[in-house]
Ligand binder design. Structure first.
Ligand code: ATP
Length: 413
């Protein structure tokens, strides 16, 4: 019998913990009653307010003859490890025996693109005869069900090393040179290990959670081999390789017009730059995008996107672009990628005086242009070439600002 186990919402921003750790501990314990055939780390809608950090849920597929025992072990592990003291932690566990139905996959896709209610998860689970456990509000059943339903046709892998319990909350001491050497040897089969512009190691979190480091890549083997090249500075108490939807852009949905853009979704949308980008206090950059129906929407590159803002600042009205990003409550698109489709290369300008080189002024409506000083005249405006310092290509925020789900540029080709 194949038993699917989904888990979510076990961690707390304050006290630490991590649902992937619960999954790793559980899969060790479940090895006594069966074989874990698949372990998934599934990121869900990055725009929802309930998430602690990266909106991750975990699902394990266990081949077992001891279903009741496996369920007991699962409940015990979640009850031992989840941070019940945190008001925002509302764990949920889902069990499903056999091949998950197609509407579980549909639920996964909805959980990537929309905000779904606990009641919606619950009614689907009941309808399909699945067993589930809600702790406190039990919001975790949303992610737990979605993780079981995630088909991961496009997948990457993550190796995660966990710390011994007594080290949780203390500074991590990874050897940076070993991370750079690992990256040099394995990129682009592994990705987002280091941000070279910001000189920051990205594989280790800065939270009190049990994760020591995680390496993302295109196969289970490559992330495991890459991990062996890292000098961790402390013992690795436990490790796990997950199959995941990270780095796949699974959250993005193409929309054909601005009217279709919904709050809390993530979209790909083509249009024309309608306003000169403006920079506000804090270094955030905004511009308006317009579609052929005349509708407009604000796009934003916030300060943490660092050098990417220079690309956005270099846009001018009339440029044709495709934007990729998450939509907030007020329908602003938080840019993750920007494809420059067509740069505006020319503009109409007043002619220059043939004698002094200064730009001429209008001589009045329909009366052409003149240079007051030299008394030269011209009839019409002239076409002037614009010097542009960006190219017609796909740009991304730097690794340091990348969302878990965002596909890095190296994987986009
Ligand atoms: P961790 O890093 O441990 O996974 P997290 O950032 O993933 O933390 P959670 O603690 O899992 O955050 O909290 C997210 C909560 O939101 C969970 O209860 C999950 O079931 C729920 N959830 C996930 N996706 C959606 C969605 N699309 N709509 C509504 N609720 C969701």
């Amino acid at each position: 019998m194949l038993l699917h186990i989904g888990i979510d919402d076990t961690d707390s921003a304050k006290h630490g913990m991590c649902t992937t750790y619960v999954g790793a501990v559980l899969s060790r314990k479940l090895a006594k009653v069966g074989e874990v055939e698949e372990a998934k780390l599934v990121r869900l809608n990055p725009n929802i307010k309930y998430k602690t950090r990266g909106n991750a849920a975990v699902a394990l597929a266990l081949r077992t003859k001891k279903v009741a025992e496996a369920k007991r072990i699962t409940r015990r592990v979640v009850e031992e490890l989840a941070c019940f003291d945190d008001n925002n932690t509302n764990p949920g566990v889902v069990f499903y025996e056999g091949e998950p139905p197609e509407d579980f996959s549909r639920f996964y896709r909805r959980a990537l693109h929309e905000v779904v209610g606990i009641d919606q998860a619950e009614s689907l689970l009941r309808e399909r005869g699945a067993e589930y456990v809600k702790y406190k509000l039990g919001r975790g059943i949303v992610g737990a069900l979605a993780a079981i339903g995630a088909e991961l046709s496009r997948a990457t892998y993550e190796y995660i090393a966990y710390r011994a319990r007594e080290r949780w909350g203390t500074p991590r001491n990874l050897d940076t040179a070993s991370v750079l050497a690992m990256d040099a040897l394995t990129f682009p089969l592994t990705f987002n290990n280091y941000d070279y512009a910001e000189r920051r190691v990205l594989i280790a979190p800065h939270t009190p959670c049990p994760v020591l480091f995680g390496i993302r890549g295109t196969s289970a083997q490559v992330v495991q081999e890459a991990a062996e090249l890292v000098l961790p500075g402390e013992d690795i108490a436990l490790s796990m390789v997950y199959k995941t939807n990270q780095g796949t852009d699974a959250h993005l949905q193409e929309v054909s017009r601005i009217a279709e853009v919904r709050p809390f979704s993530s979209v790909i949308l083509a249009g024309e730059v309608a306003s000169a980008p403006r920079v506000i206090q804090g270094g955030h950059v905004f511009f308006e995008l317009c579609d052929e129906h005349g509708e407009q929407i604000t796009c934003a590159a916030y300060e943490p996107t660092k050098g990417f803002r220079n690309v956005v600042r270099a846009l001018i009205p009339g440029d044709r672009v495709r934007v990729y990003g998450g939509v907030d409550e007020s329908r602003t698109i938080n840019l993750e990628k920007l494809e420059v489709l067509r740069l505006k290369r020319e503009r109409l300008a007043n002619p220059r005086c043939t004698r002094c080189g200064r730009r001429m002024e209008s001589a009045g409506k329909g009366r052409g242009y003149r240079c007051k000083r030299c008394r030269t005249v011209a009839k019409e405006k002239v076409v002037e070439e614009l010097e542009r310092n960006i190219q017609e290509k796909l740009y991304s925020v730097p690794p340091i600002a990348m969302r878990h789900l965002a596909k890095p540029l190296v994987l986009c080709i």
